[in-house]
Design a protein around this ligand. Structure first.
Ligand code: ADP
Ligand code: MG
Length: 615
């Protein structure tokens, strides 16, 4: 075949395919146009999931009569003039592509009136060609009606899902913009039924209540700048804009993050409830979603995901919004700064505001401490006072008289308590151990059960993270180096992450081919099988390809701590339990292990009083 330039109608359909994937993408583009037009009331009406009809009604500025045809021309926009304007985009649209693309694959009617004009203009298009034009009476604003989407693109039509599925996607889209613009009123009517409505009163919590329900919204807490923290990223000298123009006010260069995040009790099955807006534009960003998940990692059960609605505000020149056909993905000039700002905002909010999990006692029959397995637990309790078998223990505690065969590997527990503000965990008095797994302790407000493995994991995690930041992770040399040969992707990962692994206390020496000699391992891992330990580390690395390095480091540290922490089923002495509890109190996030399970449950004095009918 010879090369030909495609006729305009084919070009139009190809371009439309990039931008308009399904009814929800049509809704997105039309809503964005209404927002750009300054509308304060945006109403979306759909029939049959938007396939039969999708209409967006706004009270925005309207399109002047003389420009209506132009609005549907390809690359026709009122929002951009020069290529330079692309460097600091402040509108949601800018390519002049949407109306043209939607018109090309549907029957579209535009009814619009600018405030300056007496009457409205109505333009009807069929597959992008003008079919009719007339003057009509209508209030100022714009109504765009899209009927029979993809009527002339059977391939696309075949891929549409059930109407209720498509309606669901549209509802998600409307809900997102309602969150980004709480001061504007959104409604969605599907087949005559009102599916969603926001008030436009400017309150994001009110919108969240509409989107997620009152119960869930009540369990969301303010984060970032909202919680009083300017979650500004580090003002690092390598910041491109900072070095380019030192005169610029630094406050404008750091991202500001604010919003609402779900309490750990509000976990979900997938990450769809983590929503980001960049300068009020809804964006999808897996790495940022990971920053949130990572911040929760110490709070949520494994395999569950948090809820978060987070606004990122960033000087427009520091982000390229022109990298994705539907503008749903953006490219940050300094992705790490944004990552850190998001993570910091979320983590700080959690540390300061997330409550301790507590035991819910049944109001009727007493079930706490039932006979089931009671004997074993009592035995363990009794045994708790006795000296444990020290060879089993990997808990490295300053002991009054260390057994002679023991080589102290770690030098105490520095730094944690000294550095960031310690937790608000009360001073606990250790009473004993239950089931050789839980430490029983008393605090000023009641009883605590501490999971010794989870608690030790948390202690080791914070210690190792602090040591890694100081490049001072103690490492343990092996008597005999051990050969290790990673395979496939692991080989490349090992080469790439050699220096991070080194920071973590591994010494890996190339030994020809893909083989390495493991000469040392992190000191906390000294009892683990070095080959298996290295293998597990690589598996952890391979699990998520597109994590930024910070996140990978944290994941690796978690893997190490899981291996190194004392296990459940190990009897501990009172001294050991006291030391463990002391160190847990000094942790920044003592309430959860690094994998998100709780380290403890509390049973308040009040609950006990109620339980025993003392009140
Ligand atoms: P873009 O939004 O990238 O400019 P569109 O194809 O979406 O491109 O829209 C083309 C132009 O039509 C816009 O620049 C705007 O001037 C005008 N327009 C579209 N929708 C509306 C609306 N709801 N209200 C006012 N003007 C609109
Ligand atoms: Mg647009």
């Amino acid at each position: 075949m010879t090369i030909v330039i495609l006729p305009p109608d084919v070009v139009g359909k190809i371009a439309a395919g990039e931008v308009i994937e399904r009814p929800a993408s049509t809704a997105k583009e039309l809503i964005e146009n209404s927002l750009d037009a300054g509308a304060s009331d945006i109403r979306v009406e759909i029939r049959e999931g938007g396939r039969r009809l999708l209409r967006v009604i706004d009270d925005g500025c309207g399109i002047p009569r003389a420009e209506v045809e132009l609005a549907v021309a390809r690359h026709a926009t009122s929002k951009l003039r020069t290529a330079d304007d692309l460097l600091h985009i402040t509108t949601l649209g800018f390519r002049g592509e949407a109306l043209n693309s939607i018109a090309a694959v549907s029957q579209m009617t535009i009814l619009t009136r600018s405030a300056a004009e007496e009457t409205a203009t109505q333009l009807r298009l069929e597959g992008g060609l003008v079919a009719a034009r007339e003057s009509r009476g209508a209030p100022p604003g714009t109504v765009i009606t899209v009927e029979n989407l993809f009527f002339n693109v059977p391939a696309r039509l075949a891929f549409l899902r059930q109407p209720q599925t498509e309606a669901g996607h549209i509802a998600d889209m409307v809900a997102r913009y309602a969150q980004a613009f709480p001061e504007r009123r959104f409604s969605l009517v599907s087949d005559g039924r009102l599916l969603f409505q926001s008030t436009g009163n400017g309150s994001l919590p009110d919108v969240l209540a509409k989107v997620y329900g009152l119960e869930a919204a009540r369990e969301m807490i303010p984060a970032g700048a909202l919680a009083g923290h300017r979650a500004a990223a580090d003002q690092s000298p390598q910041h491109p804009a900072a070095s380019a123009s030192p005169a610029a006010a630094p406050a404008n260069l750091a991202p500001t993050v604010w919003g609402y995040i779900g309490l750990p009790s509000q976990h979900r099955a997938n990450r769809n409830y983590i929503v980001f807006f960049l300068n009020r534009r809804w964006i999808q960003d897996r790495t940022l979603a990971y920053a949130v998940i990572e911040a929760y990692h110490t709070f949520l059960p494994v395999g569950r995901y948090p809820m978060a609605t987070l606004m990122i505000e960033l000087e427009p020149s520091l982000v390229d919004v022109n990298v994705h056909p539907t503008k749903a993905e953006v490219r940050f000039r300094d992705p790490r700064a944004v990552y850190r700002a998001v993570q910091k905002a979320v983590h700080q909010a959690l540390i300061e505001q997330a409550p301790l999990p507590s035991v819910t006692l049944p109001s009727s029959a007493p079930t706490w401490g039932q006979p089931d397995g009671w004997d074993a637990r009592r035995d363990a309790l009794v045994n708790a006072g006795q000296a444990p078998n020290r060879h089993q223990l990997e808990l490295d505690l300053p002991r009054p008289t260390p057994a002679p065969e023991e080589q102290p590997v770690l030098s105490g527990w520095p730094a944690i308590a000294a550095s960031p503000p310690p937790s608000d965990l009360p001073m606990l008095r250790v009473i004993g151990q239950a089931a050789a797994t839980y430490i029983i302790a008393e605090g000023p407000d009641g009883l605590y059960l501490i999971d010794q493995h989870a608690a030790h994991e948390r202690i080791l995690y914070e210690k190792l993270m602090a040591e890694m930041q100081r490049h001072a992770v103690p490492s343990q040399s092996l008597l005999e180096p051990v050969a290790f040969t990673p395979h496939g992707r692991h080989a490349a990962l090992l080469a790439e992450y050699a220096s991070v692994l080194n920071d973590l206390g591994f010494t890996l020496e190339p030994f020809g081919g893909h083989t390495y000699l493991v000469r040392s391992v992190p000191a906390v891992m000294h009892r683990a099988d070095p080959q298996q330990a290295t293998q597990e580390i690589l598996e952890g690395l391979a699990e998520e390809e597109n994590l930024v390095d910070d996140a990978r480091e944290a994941r690796l540290v978690r893997i190490i701590c899981k291996r190194a922490a004392i296990k459940g089923g190990q009897t501990l002495s009172l001294i050991e339990m006291r030391e463990l509890t002391r160190q847990l109190e000094a942790c920044q996030s003592p309430r959860t292990c690094p994998h998100g399970r709780p380290t403890m449950v509390a049973l308040s004095a009040l609950q006990l009083e109620k339980f025993f009918a003392r009140r």
